[in-house]
Design a protein around this ligand. Structure first.
Ligand code: NI
Length: 170
């Protein structure tokens, strides 16, 4: 396995809509290796989710593991969020593509998501809490959306100033 470079804001590739994955490609060793590399990269970072566009692959798949012991790896290929609860949940979010920046974002507390697993098998999951927050954040990446887009103009500009400062400091 190998660590993959994570692209960072404001890389324009983070703003593109990723393409559907052809399920026939899932059986290819190259696709499976990419998933393994993404897990290694996410665990090393460390992060709880990583979408393919963040490693500069403009395709609709992503990985998630919100468990404390980092032992519940989930793969979502061509995910679609079918339902969102009316109940909301606020969470202090961060993103490996916007390192060092955290801000509260409010999203649906519960969701129903459909996707293919890493072997191309379709599944439906109903989840809530942190896992639902994380899945919504990662699906946004597949649509070129970032968590800072949810902030007020003032909070966003403060976040981006902080990012510039952190980068200057190295
Ligand atoms: Ni992110």
């Amino acid at each position: 396995m190998s660590l993959l470079p994570i692209i960072e804001y404001p890389d324009p590739h983070l703003r593109e809509r990723a393409a559907e994955v052809d399920p026939a490609l899932l059986a290819q060793p190259a696709f499976q290796k990419r998933l393994d590399d993404m897990f290694e990269t996410m665990y090393e970072a460390p992060g709880i989710g990583l979408a393919a566009p963040q490693v500069d692959v403009l395709e609709r798949f992503m990985i998630v593991d919100v468990s404390e012991e980092r032992g519940q790896p989930l793969v979502f290929v061509n995910p679609v969020i079918r339902k969102r609860s009316e109940a909301l949940r606020a969470h202090q979010e961060g993103c490996l593509s916007i390192p060092g920046i955290y801000a509260e974002v409010t999203r649906a507390d519960g969701i129903e998501v459909e996707a293919l697993d890493r072997h191309g098998k379709a599944f439906t999951m109903r989840v809530d809490g942190l896992l639902a927050t994380c899945i919504q954040h990662e699906v946004d990446h597949l649509d070129g959306k970032l968590f800072i887009d949810y902030l007020s103009p003032l909070k966003r500009s403060m976040a981006l100033k902080k990012l510039a400062k952190l980068r200057k400091r190295g």
